[in-house]
Design a protein around this ligand. Structure first.
Ligand code: SIN
Ligand code: CO
Length: 400
């Protein structure tokens, strides 16, 4: 294969000294989380850790996580069945075009766990499991993308892997909507290889791939784990919150008379920031955007019910001047200055709103419709008002 001097090669051959085909430091620098790599003969002696019958036996255990994926080549369809399976489920399978996948086999089988000795250059807590798949000819799970790095180690037999070497983020509509397998609608491989026993294909997250068995074969997927930032944040917040007692609360002994009682002002935000010292650097606008939503939802005893039908804009404009507008007593309102406009918070929602309108809505529980009509002359203000009627936070009462 022709390679330029700047681009690391996509295919290498392992040596007894370097099972990755290079020192781990070089692999981590050039490939890890960056680009795929095919390592020919990474397991030079082959991998024969688990026999297909033993894998099928494990897939019958209640505690094992197993799946069978069948592929209908003619109709371009894949079907998934989750385990545990019974022996007779296997007897009913066709001769070709299916695969059995079992996760966490390293926890059940010492020989499979022993494969991990090759991966000690990666922190052990970054490694999730070894998933083992046994496939009949033509079997595979279809073109897909994983969120974790994986080493696909070829055990017995041969598998044809196709990949799109460029890691990408896929939009939700990139996936087919015909099942739990999350297969890609469109897959344009840039590389294709037939893996021999003992070869391994490293893929970073976001590299689309498709493996099709060439005859019967077994694949060992050494998969990584990486918590999402959202999981890290939730868990860390829970961890920080755990030792705090119920009486340790937001306090405002420095409270000055409110300029406008519906407003979340800078002094209030500064107190929120003091209550959350771990987030001292978060931007004021982010803090405000969150706090307004949080505090208008906090300890709400009831949630406004939406009326049976939405109000049309012409109807709203016609009825408003002749009506009184009532706020749902359970819907909390607050607002925050945001540039030349305001952000209006209602029961956990945030809406863009002219300041005068936000100010009025956040203070008065009952408002004359003609006053509101005077404040909703622009389309955006009218849309905000309509949203509040449609959600049941406001109600129009005909003036007598
Ligand atoms: C397989 O072993 O068939 C699937 C592994 C993968 O693509 O992640
Ligand atoms: Co995959």
């Amino acid at each position: 294969m022709k390679t330029s001097s700047t681009m690391p090669a996509i295919e290498v051959r392992a040596t007894p000294r370097h099972p990755l085909g290079m020192p781990p430091r070089q692999f981590l620098r050039d490939y890890w989380q960056k680009r795929p790599l095919l390592i020919r003969r990474m397991f030079a002696g082959g991998v024969d850790a688990v026999a297909p019958d033993d894998l099928a036996g494990l897939a019958c255990e209640e505690a094992a996580l197993s799946r069978i994926v069948r592929r209908n080549e003619k109709r371009d369809r894949w079907t998934l069945r989750n385990g545990p399976f019974r022996e007779r489920d296997f007897a009913r399978l066709p001769k070709t075009h299916w695969t059995l996948l079992v996760q966490d086999v390293d926890k059940w089988d010492m020989d499979v766990a022993a494969l991990l000795a090759r991966f000690t250059f990666i922190p052990s807590w970054r490694i999730d499991d070894v998933m083992v798949s046994y496939a009949t000819d033509g079997g595979g799970v279809g073109p897909h993308v994983d969120q974790y790095d994986v080493f696909l180690v070829q055990g017995a037999g041969y598998r044809r892997w196709s990949i799109d070497a460029q890691p990408r983020a896929f939009a939700p509509d990139a996936f087919r909507d015909d099942g739990e397998l999350k297969l890609l609608r469109k897959f344009s491989p840039t590389h294709e290889w037939l893996l021999d026993p003992g070869d391994a294909l490293y893929l970073p997250p976001g590299v689309a791939h498709d493996g099709v068995a060439f005859g019967e074969c077994t694949t060992y997927s050494v998969g990584m784990r990486a918590p999402s930032r959202s999981e890290l944040l939730f868990d860390f917040a829970e961890f920080l919150a755990e030792p705090l007692t119920e009486d340790d609360r937001y306090v405002d002994p420095d409270l000055a008379p409110a300029r406008d009682s519906g407003e979340i002002d800078d002094a209030a935000l500064a107190r929120v920031r003091r209550a959350l010292p771990h987030f001292a650097n978060v931007e004021k606008s982010t803090l405000a955007h969150w706090f307004g939503r949080f505090i208008t939802r906090y300890r709400s005893a009831q949630i406004a019910a939406a009326p049976g039908s939405e109000i049309g804009l012409p109807e709203l404009q016609r009825r408003l001047p002749k009506s009184t507008v009532l706020r749902n007593p359970f819907s909390r309102f607050a607002w925050r200055r945001d540039g030349r406009e305001a952000e209006l918070f209602v029961a956990g929602e945030a809406l863009r709103c002219p300041t005068a309108l936000a100010r009025l809505l956040a203070v008065e529980r009952e408002i004359e419709g003609n006053v509101l009509a005077g404040l909703t002359t622009n389309p955006q203000a009218l849309a905000t008002l309509k949203a509040l009627f449609d959600a049941g936070h406001l109600q129009l009462i005909r003036r007598r």
